[in-house]
Write a new protein. Structure first.
Length: 293
């Protein structure tokens, strides 16, 4: 079997894995520290576990344009020390193998499309709600790029009249990420989301903001399924609240069979925490196919 490498380069942790398809043979994770030490640890893993191609699914914003002089680099990230970090060439040069690169959320979307909750569909939306918020979308089974890549966490949503929190996004204040990310929950309520009880008013407000964001994205991209992942979504009752808010906001405007069963339309990732690295395997397979013709 071909051994593929997958690197999920997240702002909080790096996950390195070896496998193929949805099978993960080796997997290790470690905190995201400064670039030089974090990349060195990831390189050491893949030197110890040789692979034939590597896929990298990286936090962003990133430059995905192969003709750009900054291709393969992280760009305007708020993550300290990581702006303008080259995330592709260190691996391509040190390992001497084909490398393919995309955003972490496009990677998760690819993984779920190929082997998880989006399998058998052409158009899928994956939104991760964690410390920040990011989204990846596939159209015809291919990630949407364009000007750069979608930045779904930074769309603007109407502020709830009851909410006086200014927002925590360093660039936009009260964008979706600024109002509904894990960091926003912590700053607004003074406690991390995992320390709030299910009955806490935080969850109804969180569901409202996420549903507002999803309505914007569904109306624009028209995905066949929405997959919600990330640490904040580990609280199962939140899915029910989001579906309720989404149904109310859409108000029967969209006439599609999938929307008659929102439990099958707005879903959790089937691959769990492996969605990102399995998507990186898909990227690695594409790199290998491109290199071999």
């Amino acid at each position: 079997m071909i051994r593929l490498g997958g690197l999920e380069a997240g702002g909080t942790k790096f996950v390195c894995a070896v496998g193929n398809g949805a099978t993960v043979q080796q997997r290790v994770s470690f905190p995201t520290r400064k670039p030089e030490e974090t990349l060195a640890e990831a390189l050491a893993f893949f030197k110890h576990h040789p692979v034939q191609a590597l896929g990298i699914a990286c936090f962003g914003p990133v430059d995905l344009n192969p003709s750009s002089p900054t291709f393969g680099r992280i760009t305007a990230t708020p993550k300290p020390h990581w702006q303008n970090t080259d995330i592709v060439q260190p691996f391509a040069q040190a390992l001497g193998i084909p490398v393919h690169f995309d955003t972490d959320v496009n990677g998760a979307a690819l993984g779920e499309w190929a082997w998880g909750a989006g399998r058998g569909l052409n158009d899928v939306l994956y939104l991760t709600v964690g410390t920040g918020i990011g989204g990846g979308a596939l159209s015809g089974g291919r990630p949407i790029h364009g000007l750069i890549h979608p930045e779904m966490g930074h769309i603007r949503v109407p502020r709830d009249p009851s909410d006086c929190f200014a927002g925590c996004c360093p660039f936009h204040g009260d964008c979706l990420e600024g109002l509904a990310s894990g960091a926003a929950i912590h700053q607004r309520w003074g406690r991390a989301g995992e320390k709030l009880e299910d009955s806490h008013p935080a969850w109804r407000l969180e569901a409202r903001y996420l549903a507002l964001g999803l309505v914007n994205l569904v109306m624009t991209l028209s995905p066949q399924r929405v997959i919600l992942g990330g640490g904040v979504m580990r609280r199962p009752p939140l899915y029910t609240l989001i579906r309720q808010e989404f149904k109310m906001l859409v108000n029967d405007y969209l006439q599609a069979n999938q929307l008659k069963d929102l439990e099958s339309y707005i879903v959790a990732p089937a691959l769990g925490e492996n969605a990102g690295v399995v998507g990186a395997f898909v990227l690695a397979q594409q790199a290998l196919e491109a290199a071999t013709g």
